[in-house]
Write a protein that binds this ligand. Structure first.
Ligand code: LLP
Length: 386
């Protein structure tokens, strides 16, 4: 782990900050590209996971496309030099100005998530004098066996068009003259560690594809989303996620003939390459005997523990103490849920020590806020430290 290697050298940087291991990012990209090429799968990076400019430019070097979820994410991807024909744009609630912008960019596909959106997009495309390429995001009703805060493909979810409604309205959808329906899009959830869930997803996609084909849709690609999880418990044991296993499952279970198969990974690409480095401000013990370590980061830099109860492994990277103790690590924000973790075993911790909060490369900086008027955290890249 990079921060452990750098230790006290990191004291030179103003905390809190994100430390990015760009060598690990490159190794991860090499792995995903190599494994995907075995099956000719197409890759998109879910830019919502982290839109840091340096990270995007490294990802672009490896030829990935982008999955975006807002007009601004789309703009960011285009400004970062990604080929529009490698960009897909999903989202349950796209504003008219976002749709108009997306129509003009001539991207691979706008992934539509409701029948009303299809109608609006058809009208806006007609006004623009264009025929827009789109993919239908269908809700497959699959339990991804992950934290319920981040599942997206169960029947009651806000995401995607229900399969039943799609079949019911298929004839009407096919008649839209300014839409060119070229893809099917599915995304069942995030941080999925039980890979057999993807077998269920493939079985469902096979049924959806064969029914849509029978109804006369001529689909060119199937985008099966992202969701591959990382090892938050023991990141050192698995710094690069197991792309090979996921691709082999999809290869064995998905039956879509010669259609292209696309993936949209966020966390699996950037999650392990980022750590949040924070300094201990104070130690104190509550009246109930709980030992608190108060650090200078908070939920404004990394909201995942406070928002979803997510676990991130924490380590003291500067203490040389021989003794350890159990601590509750809390942040500076005026919120009681601003707790990074409880009962954390750390080397005896003092004011001025640096802690690393690991596996924070995905949905860390991109979800940062300025609550309490905190400054946004900076970034330090390993390749600049050499
Ligand atoms: N495609 C779509 C349509 C998505 O909605 C997402 C994530 C992805 C791809 C990328 O999923 P990934 O490969 O990263 O699992 N903030 C939450 C995660 C929210 C995920 C939202 N959608 C967290 O910190 O866990």
């Amino acid at each position: 782990m990079l921060s452990r290697t750098l230790g006290r050298k990191l004291l030179a940087h103003e905390t809190p900050f994100y430390l990015y291991d760009t060598a690990l990012l490159r190794q991860t990209l090499e792995s995903v590209v190599y494994e995907s090429q075995r099956y000719n799968y197409k890759l998109h990076y879910a830019i919502k996971a982290n839109y840091d400019d340096r990270i995007l430019s490294i990802i672009r070097e490896y030829g990935l496309g982008i999955d975006c979820a807002s007009g601004n994410e789309l703009r960011k991807a285009i400004e970062a030099g990604f080929d529009p024909k490698g960009i897909v744009y999903a989202g349950v609630g796209k504003r008219d100005k976002e749709l108009k912008y997306a129509i003009e960019q001539n991207i691979l596909a706008i992934n539509c998530e409701s029948t009303e959106e299809l109608e609006v997009l058809n009208n806006l495309s007609a006004e623009a004098g264009r025929v827009t390429d789109i993919a239908l995001r269908v809700n497959p009703d699959i339990d991804p066996k992950t934290n319920h805060c981040i599942d997206t493909g169960q029947a009651d979810s806000k995401f995607g068009i229900s399969y039943e409604e799609l079949l019911e309205k298929a004839e009407c959808i096919k008649r839209y003259e300014n839409l060119n329906i070229i893809g099917l899009h599915i995304h069942i959830g995030s941080q999925i560690r039980e890979l057999h869930v993807f077998e269920n997803m493939c079985n469902k996609v096979n049924v959806i594809i064969s029914n849509l084909t029978a109804l006369g849709f001529n689909l060119r690609f199937v985008d099966v989303g992202g969701g591959l999880g990382i090892n938050y418990d023991m990141p050192e044991n698995e710094p690069i996620p197991n792309f090979a296993s996921l691709f082999s499952i999809v290869h064995n279970y998905l039956n879509v003939g010669d259609k292209e198969v696309h993936f949209e990974f966020g966390r699996a690409i950037v999650g392990e390459c980022g750590e949040l480095i924070t300094k201990v401000l104070f130690n104190k013990t509550t009246a109930t005997g709980r030992k608190l370590v108060i650090v200078d980061a908070s939920m404004t830099e990394l909201i995942r523990p406070a928002l979803y109860g997510s676990y991130h492994n924490i380590e003291n990277i500067t203490s040389e103490a021989e003794t350890t103790a159990k601590y509750t690590v809390v942040g500076t924000a005026c919120e009681s849920t601003d707790v990074f973790d409880e009962n954390v075993g750390l080397r005896t911790t003092r004011r001025g020590d640096l802690l690393t909060i690991k596996s924070a490369g995905a949905y860390g900086m991109s979800m940062a806020s300025r609550y309490n008027l905190h400054d946004l955290p900076g970034a330090v890249y390993s390749e600049d430290l050499k």
